[in-house]
Write a protein that binds this ligand. Structure first.
Ligand code: ZN
Length: 240
């Protein structure tokens, strides 16, 4: 399926994959359901769905800002960014080639999670202030803040193709002077973590874990296929 180009940011095309719309609907649905715990009076349906949609869109703005963090640092390191694409599992910034130094690679990989942590701290610290204005606003700040925290923590898992895997690769590259050694260790770690996700997902499904078990299996399967492909060396994947 072709991705649609929405706009250009600093010359970087921002694309949206059709699968993104599926996840937008799913998040809107989840977010509007969560709202019933917020207010004591039941909200009208249009308001729940409206706030749900805003929550889902802000989550995607968060993913976009994470990718822009990678992209701007990459540009700063002299690496061209070909595109940013939002898809089913989050976002991906595609760069033309890898940084030629371990430290450059580390800076580009760390920039995304740093943006997410920064957003999480600002949003979570503003919850009580936002609550005074409106409980719905406070809830929104809390939700988006928490999701940014999860986005940062998940991406820092130290296995390729995640940011944490790229950081691990860069650290080993820096310490040993061998980029190949870094890639081998971080890929092995990525495969090990992916297998763990699949096994834990299967176990959870058998225990009646339902959707979350399937979600883990899907993430693990995605991780396994990504660590097999060589293109992951050129991409920074962010999986939600
Ligand atoms: Zn990232």
């Amino acid at each position: 399926m072709e991705s649609l180009e929405l706009m250009k940011i600093k010359g970087i095309p921002l694309r949206v994959h059709p699968s993104w719309f599926l996840i937008l609907i799913l998040f809107t649905w989840t977010a509007q359901g969560q709202l019933s715990n917020v207010s004591d009076a039941s909200l009208p349906a249009w308001m729940r769905w409206g706030v749900g949609l805003i929550t889902a869109l802000l989550l995607f703005v968060s993913v976009l800002l994470h990718e822009l963090g990678h992209s701007f640092v990459a540009l700063n390191e002299g690496v061209k960014v070909e595109s940013i694409t939002l898809f089913l599992l989050g976002g991906v910034a595609r760069i033309e080639k890898e940084c030629s130094t371990a430290m450059g690679t580390l800076r580009v990989a760390a920039a995304g999670p740093l943006v997410s942590i920064f957003l999480a701290i600002i949003l979570l610290r503003s919850v009580s202030f936002a609550n005074e204005i409106n409980p719905l606003l406070g809830n929104l700040f809390g939700q988006i803040g928490l999701l940014n925290l999860l986005l940062a923590l998940f991406n820092l898992i130290p296995g390729l193709p995640l940011d944490g895997g790229v950081i691990l690769k860069a650290v080993i590259w820096q310490l040993t002077g061998s980029q190949e050694k870094g890639i081998r260790v971080a890929s092995a770690s990525g495969r090990f973590i992916s297998l763990f996700f699949i096994i834990f997902g299967l176990w959870s499904s058998f225990k009646g874990g339902g959707l979350s078990g399937l979600w883990l299996i899907m993430l693990g399967w995605f991780g396994l296929s990504a660590s097999r492909s060589q293109t992951q060396m050129l991409t920074f994947q962010n999986i939600l």
